[in-house]
Design a protein around this ligand. Structure first.
Ligand code: ZN
Ligand code: ZN
Length: 327
């Protein structure tokens, strides 16, 4: 015991971080010094790493609350531990390679394993122990599964996407925890820091993530009809394509082709209907999303809102919106 008491606080915290929660309670009542150690937030940082392999949290939260949240996610559905290997020193070779590849001609963006050109699919690296080979996703996956203990992260360069094969999901995006997103953002900032093109790609990626959230809350939802009786119509094919592009890490392409919704006299076509991906199909969006889309992508054609469908000729359209069963 006296020997333990002579250790410095850092070492004692490291030791306490290996205890179970019950043992930590016992540890804390041994003496004043141990109580201080056990009640310090740092001990939870150690426990988070020892039990779950996680080294990140949100800046504004304590390690203790991060530990509690991670405790509820034992299968890594929301917080990937494997990405924690990507510390700054571990990222260095990838930063260098990323900068080089940005300047390559499309014809040279080939998978070095199968030889296929990856300009359109997006060339990848499997970030593992400094390995910087360019690969396609399939070859990276084969490389990943060759050994059971490989826990690398797939980096899709042009879209700045990180994918964990072990957790089988995109990291730092919709399905992940906000702490993971914060950590992933730091990695992407490091990777892109030294180049204009890289920083522009990162801005685009952030725009993408924001737009995906906007789609989820402000388009084709019952809440769009309920929260504000005033809503806007958008060409449905365009809106669907815009959303699918953001899912693939790309932004939309303007302008919004609302002229497809025009009928006689340039008024909204009374035969326009929601649902389905056909020309002349309509989606509904909130005033907020409408303004965002027009500001960002431009508009070709007219503005059509809920005010335009009050006449008797729109009776069936109004009914089909009511029957839409949005949730
Ligand atoms: Zn993972
Ligand atoms: Zn390949």
């Amino acid at each position: 015991m006296p020997q333990l008491l002579n250790l410095n606080n850092e070492l004692l915290t490291a030791i306490a971080g290996h205890l179970s929660i019950d043992d930590l309670k016992t540890f804390s009542i041994v003496c004043h010094k141990f109580a201080m150690i056990a009640h310090d937030d740092s001990v939870w940082r150690e426990m988070l790493y020892n039990n779950f392999g996680i080294t990140y949290k949100l800046p504004e939260e304590t390690w203790k609350s991060m530990y509690a949240r991670k405790h509820e996610d034992p299968t890594n559905n929301r917080m990937c531990p494997h990405v924690c290997r990507l510390t700054r020193p571990a990222l260095e070779p990838y930063v260098r390679k990323y900068q080089q590849v940005l300047n390559w001609l499309p014809k040279n963006l080939n998978c070095t394993t199968c030889g296929q050109n990856q300009h359109h699919a997006g060339v990848c690296m499997y970030m593992w122990q400094g390995n910087t080979r360019l690969r396609c996703r399939d070859c990276a996956y084969k490389f990943h599964t060759t050994f059971n203990d490989r826990r690398g992260i797939l980096f899709r360069l042009p879209r700045l996407q990180l994918f964990c094969f072990a957790c089988s999901r995109q990291l730092g995006e919709t399905r992940g925890d906000s702490s993971e997103a914060h950590f992933v953002h730091g990695i992407l900032k490091t990777l892109t820091h030294d180049s204009e093109i890289g920083q522009e790609s990162l801005r685009q990626k952030e725009q993408c993530l924001r737009e995906r959230e906007l789609y989820a809350t402000d388009a084709d939802r019952a809440s769009v009809l309920e929260s504000d009786p005033h809503y806007y119509f958008v060409d449905r094919m365009w809106l669907t394509t815009w959303f699918l592009r953001t899912c693939d890490g790309d932004i939309g392409k303007g302008p919004i082709p609302n002229h497809t919704l025009a009928g006689p006299d340039d008024k909204l076509n009374p035969d326009a209907r929601p649902r389905g991906n056909f020309a002349g199909g309509i989606s509904i969006v909130t005033p907020y999303l409408w303004k965002y889309l027009v500001d960002t992508y431009g508009l070709s054609g007219n503005v059509y809102t809920s005010d335009d469908i009050k006449g008797p000729e729109y009776c069936e359209l109004r009914q089909s919106i009511a029957d839409w069963r949005l949730n």
